[in-house]
Write a protein that binds this ligand. Structure first.
Ligand SMILES: Nc1ncnc2c1ncn2[C@@H]1O[C@H](COP(=O)(O)OP(=O)(O)OP(=O)(O)O)[C@@H](O)[C@H]1O
Ligand SMILES: [Mg+2]
Length: 422
């Protein structure tokens, strides 16, 4: 241990020094309080043995200065005094000393008090080490907590992004279907328009012929032109065109209405609570959905309806139609060239049951459990998002119903929806 002796009296200092050295400690000496203070600042001794009465600065002032200093290591202080009144000794402890010795003292007493000091200093340094470690640990924990908070907010953020992404993909999917059939209807309508324009040109020729030819030649010219018109009408199937145009336009209107409704539904999403439950007629829903997806189906499958007597269902008609639409589109997409889509409805224990089956490609056994998973698709990129059945599952669940799939590869798929009847 490094011990500082502050004592102005030479013989006393010598005596203390002898005892200290005897028990194996190193010694620094000061003849007054100021020198002792300088040595303390420079060398941070672990123990100081100081006289009370000293020139420049006395032992009590030295004690107070040391205790007020910001040194991290602890210095044990023994004050030497000739005073033995209790009031004097109280002053010693109040100044911050740890021990005192009344002069004259025996060397054995000093050495045993130094040993006590040694133990206290050792304990103090042990405490400081543990304290330091605890502070370090605390800092590490603080860092870990901060990191945890940052990653928690990152997770929340990415979850939010994922659900926004999912929502956007769902909306894109729902808008894509009507856009698809509106665009194919517009193609058909523009072909029809070209044919009708040509037909009008033929009529124009007829009218020119009527004006140009003299009455005696009129008969033949008109007959020729009328024949051309009749042939052309046959060629372009004008009767079919005239029948099909209002249907195509109606489908387009349905489609734009549906997109409008989706946008409306989006608004509802932003301001929930406007959406009201009502009694839903499943058959009406099936019919209107069939109209909407008609273009997807009509070239591929014959639709067979076997409607039974079913109860009304409490819920959101648009959402139920969305389910039918997703299932019917899947059925049509599963049929490669020509097939059949059968829609059966029946009542079963107060429930309305809708069974939609197709004669399409079917689903592999291992894929059946995955078809309600979001983004599960076997379709090529750009054709399927893998959300149709996931959305259907969630919507049926929202209506407290259930949706089941049964399929055989190469034979076809049956989707059964059961909704609680009213
Ligand atoms: N009727 C069906 N016949 C055969 N396979 C089907 C049928 N319905 C669903 N599937 C299979 O389940 C998958 C998931 O269907 P889902 O409707 O969720 O997504 P998708 O049709 O691939 O894409 P999206 O509907 O989002 O355009 C399909 O990719 C297909 O493999
Ligand atoms: Mg689908």
């Amino acid at each position: 241990m490094n011990i500082l002796i502050a004592e102005d009296h030479y013989i006393s200092r010598l005596l203390v020094k002898k005892t200290v050295k005897k028990i194996g400690h190193t010694v620094m000496e000061a003849e007054n309080g100021i020198d002792a203070w300088q040595l303390f600042l420079k060398h941070s001794p672990e123990l100081i043995i100081s006289d009370w009465q000293m020139p420049e600065m006395d032992g009590l002032a030295l004690c107070r200065k040391i205790r007020a200093s910001s040194k991290k290591t602890y210095t044990y202080i023994i004050l030497l005094t000739a005073k033995d009144q209790t009031t004097d000794l109280v002053k010693v402890f109040e100044a911050g000393a740890d021990d005192y010795m009344i002069k004259p003292f025996k060397p054995e007493e000093l050495s045993s008090r130094i040993k006590t000091g040694e133990r206290i200093v050792a304990l103090e340094s042990q405490y400081n080490k543990i304290h330091g470690k605890l502070i370090q640990k605390n800092k590490t924990l603080d860092h870990a907590l901060k990191d945890l908070k940052i990653s928690q907010s990152r997770i929340l953020q990415s979850e939010k992004l994922a659900s926004i992404g999912q929502l956007a993909a769902g909306i894109a999917h729902e808008i894509n279907n009507p856009i698809g059939f509106i665009s194919s209807n517009l193609d058909a309508l523009s072909d029809y328009l070209k044919n009708i324009a040509s037909l009008l040109r033929h009529y124009k020729k007829l009218s020119t012929a009527l004006k140009k030819h003299k009455p005696e030649h009129l008969n033949q010219a008109v007959t020729e032109q009328i024949q051309t018109i009749a042939d052309y009408k046959k060629k372009i199937e004008i009767d079919y065109i005239l029948e099909d145009i209002p249907e195509l336009l109606n489908d387009c209107k349905d489609g734009t209405g549906r997109v409008g409704k989706i946008v409306g539904a989006l608004k509802n999403f932003a301001h929930p609570g406007n959406d009201k439950q009502m009694l839903v007629d499943i058959h009406k829903g099936l019919e209107s959905t069939l109209n909407v997806v008609c273009n997807e189906i009509k070239y591929k499958a014959a639709v067979i309806k076997e409607f039974g007597d079913i109860p009304l269902v409490e819920g959101y008609p648009q959402k139920i139609n969305q389910v039918f639409m997703n299932i019917l589109v899947n059925a049509a997409q599963a049929i490669e060239t020509k097939g059949e889509i059968r829609i059966q409805t029946k009542k079963e224990n107060h429930n309305a049951v809708v069974i939609i089956s197709d004669t399409g490609c079917g689903i592999k056994k291992k894929d059946i459990p995955r078809i309600f998973d979001p983004f599960f698709t076997t379709k090529e990129i750009g054709k399927g998002t893998g959300l149709g059945m996931h959305i259907a599952y969630n919507l049926i669940e929202e209506h407290k119903g259930k949706i089941e799939v049964d399929s055989r590869i190469g034979k076809g798929t049956t989707v059964t929806i059961t909704l609680p009847g009213k």
